[in-house]
Design a protein around this ligand. Structure first.
Ligand code: PRX
Length: 660
């Protein structure tokens, strides 16, 4: 497995720096060391106490029902409304005037939205959806950039019990279509266009391309964002399309939220697996909200009414769901939401925003931290970042150098850093330091949170000892765990529960190791999933996109380590007869083809034309050998190849590459 070959392993073994929280931070921390003891003594009682932080219309009768594993039920018999918990109850408690969202548009326009205003907006949007015939259990697809309407739409769905399926704004029409069809979405919410790097780019036009002939879609709601800045008309389908402002502004701001069962589905979010088809990860209400709120409180040490919180994720990913929408709003956060890219109009944009709003908690991704490093420490040094008191990282292993840079240059050398490990499937943070307790080590996610259980095991499911590496498993159910893959129970069982079926462990797909203190270090995926800038992309998905091009006969894709994006996509292709001598232009076209099929995030960094691919006798592509080539290493053991000369042919025949 990859842990044995990881070039980072040696570095990790010698990493011995450790940073305790300051006494002041520790003294005021939300979560204290006794939480571990309390949760260990009685896990279910611990989670019940966390669930009590929410408002339940009907209390549960049983904390956990695991009798039908791996299909969990948490807070059985309980009823609540997720949107009420995130919005209304704060208004009712007298916090209506507190700002929920400081929104910053890319062109510089801003909006401050209080909890009272958010309640009105969400209620109107809920009434709007109801007026279109959307009812509890229906699916609503949302493809929107980071504008307040995105959050309002998600909460409006939650309020009426409809499931949202948010599709990242950068996904191509065919990726959107696949997700709309899989979930049978009845309504799609999008915008006319989006600002990206100072320009207005069409959005609705792509959605229309995606929805051509889509059977399930009855209505498309369109937020007017770019308006006249967008060139050309917004394509319109009369009878199907409706402007957000025309629909929503006419609605009443009164809407009585209904209480739904704790296990009522809340959303579907698609993520890449090892096969081509994305998996619709299903999350439900009570357990999910409990853990999203608990972790946001414990890991970020969030103090409502005092902190200004900023999570830089996009709502198209799970981080945006759990740590922009549900966790922070359930905890009455005041947060920054930023529409644009970090270097528009200049490379200090994030620091300018932190300075302006006095952001105190900043949660971002290693790929962005490495980009900031490249841009230079002199950029953040120009801004007053002294409001920051806690930093967080998510999405991929953070290298110790990036961790130290983040600590020194952004955190002023005194902010705890929480390196949070979790997945779309886990719904919320699972492994992370507790900022007021843990002596943080650069690059380690360290320890399962109180209430969470994780282990590193070998092939035989035996836990490895300190200093040992293996597979990360979750050996006990947790409240925000996925409840399945939409429409495919078998795939759910196969993907996560078959590897260690006998023991009933959830197989996360990540390699990990314990250091000599028993702290956990994540080592990347052990399956065919790549992690590019913190985004999951499957090798199969990119391969399928490549072979859908008429010039490609066969393709194999690997993730090669990349100094900025974590991994970069490297493709090896065999071209069809007459295309076989293709030059740079044809390679460029292939890269663009993948971007068009899946989205720009899946564009290969490099495509190499080869005469053959290395395969075992049973025909399985040996990606390990291709990774050696992609990472400029000496090629490993080739004895199991059907044709042992293939690697020589590849090395000789490497004809072209591109690295823009
Ligand atoms: O490989 C792990 C990596 O991201 C994967 C989950 O990706 P996704 O479902 O898109 O969710 C990303 C945001 C939660 C994991 O299987 N990963 C995530 N966080 C970390 C990480 N790897 C190492 N350290 C982390 N803190």
């Amino acid at each position: 497995m990859t842990t044995e070959q990881s070039p980072t392993l040696d570095n990790l073994l010698t990493e011995s720096r450790s940073f305790p929280p300051s006494p002041e931070f520790a003294a005021a921390a939300n979560a204290t060391a006794d939480w571990y003891t309390e949760a260990d003594a009685d896990r279910e009682a611990f989670w019940a106490k966390q669930a009590e932080r929410l408002h339940w219309d009907t209390k549960w009768t049983q904390v956990l029902d695991w009798s039908n594993a791996p299909f969990a039920k948490w807070f059985v018999g309980g009823k609540l409304n997720v949107a009420y918990n995130c919005v209304d109850r704060h208004v009712e408690a007298g916090h209506g005037d507190q700002v929920a969202i400081h929104w910053v548009g890319e062109p510089g326009d801003t909006r401050d939205i209080t909890y009272a205003q958010l309640k009105d907006e969400v209620s109107k949007a809920a009434n709007g959806l109801l007026s279109l015939g959307v009812t509890a259990g229906d699916r609503v697809a949302i493809q929107l950039q980071m504008i307040p309407e995105a959050i309002v739409s998600m909460l409006a769905c939650a309020r009426i019990g409809a499931l949202h399926s948010v599709v990242f704004g950068g996904f191509s029409p065919s990726a959107l279509r696949q997700r709309v069809d899989d979930a049978d979405a009845k309504v799609v919410i999008t915008s006319d266009g989006q600002y990206r790097r100072g320009k207005a780019a069409p959005m609705k036009a792509n959605v229309d391309e995606a929805l051509d002939g889509a059977q399930s879609v009855e209505k498309v709601i369109v937020v007017r964002r770019t308006g006249d800045d967008l060139e050309g008309d917004v394509p319109w389908s009369d009878g199907r399309d409706i402007w957000w402002h025309e629909l929503i502004d006419a609605q009443s701001a009164d809407h009585k939220p209904e209480a739904f069962d704790s296990e009522h589905p809340l959303y579907i979010l698609y993520t890449s697996g090892t096969t081509g088809k994305p998996k619709g990860i299903l999350h439900t209400s009570g357990g999910y909200l409990t853990q999203a709120a608990y972790t946001h409180n414990a890991v970020f040490d969030h103090k409502p009414g005092q902190d200004v919180y900023w999570c830089t994720a996009d709502i198209g990913w799970v981080t945006g769901h759990s740590y922009i929408v549900y966790g922070p709003l359930a905890n009455r956060a005041t947060q920054v939401v930023y529409e644009g890219t970090p270097n528009t109009p200049h490379e200090g944009r994030h620091w300018e925003i932190i300075q302006k709003y006095k952001v105190s908690i900043y949660y971002t991704a290693p790929t962005l931290i490495r980009t900031f490093m490249k841009w230079g420490a002199e950029i953040p040094a120009k801004y007053d970042l002294s409001s920051l008191r806690l930093l967080g990282s998510v999405g991929e292993p953070i290298n110790p150098e990036a961790w130290m840079w983040f600590r020194e240059n952004i955190g002023g050398g005194n902010c705890p850093i929480v390196d949070t490990w979790w997945q779309t499937e886990t719904g919320a943070i699972m492994i992370s330091p507790l900022p007021g307790v843990t002596h943080a080590k650069p690059g380690s996610a360290q320890r399962p949170l109180p209430g969470v259980s994780a282990k590193v095991v070998d092939d035989t499911a035996t836990e490895v000892g300190n200093g040992g590496g293996g597979y990360l498993v979750l050996d006990k159910p947790w409240p925000s765990m996925l409840r399945g893959i939409w429409g495919d129970d078998e795939r759910f069982k196969d993907t996560y529960w078959s590897r260690f079926a006998e023991q009933g462990f959830y197989f996360a797909g990540d390699g990990a190791k314990y250091d000599n203190d028993g702290d956990i270090w994540l080592l990347g995926r052990v399956d065919d999933v790549m992690n590019v800038s913190g985004h999951r992309i499957s090798t199969t998905e990119v391969e399928s996109a490549l072979v859908s091009h008429p010039t490609v006969a066969e393709a194999a894709v690997v993730g090669a380590s990349d100094p900025t994006t974590g991994q970069g996509i490297v493709a090896f292709v065999i071209l069809r007869g007459d295309a076989a001598k293709a030059g740079d232009e044809a390679i460029q076209e292939l890269r663009n083809h993948v971007a068009k099929e899946i989205g720009p995030i899946a564009k290969p960094r490099q495509i190499m034309v080869v005469p053959e691919l290395p395969k075992t006798r049973s025909g399985k592509i040996m990606r390990r050998l291709l990774r050696d080539v992609a990472e400029n290493r000496e090629v490993g053991d080739v004895t199991t190849l059907a044709d042992s000369t293939v690697m020589d042919q590849i090395s000789k025949g490497l004809s072209s590459g591109s690295d823009d």
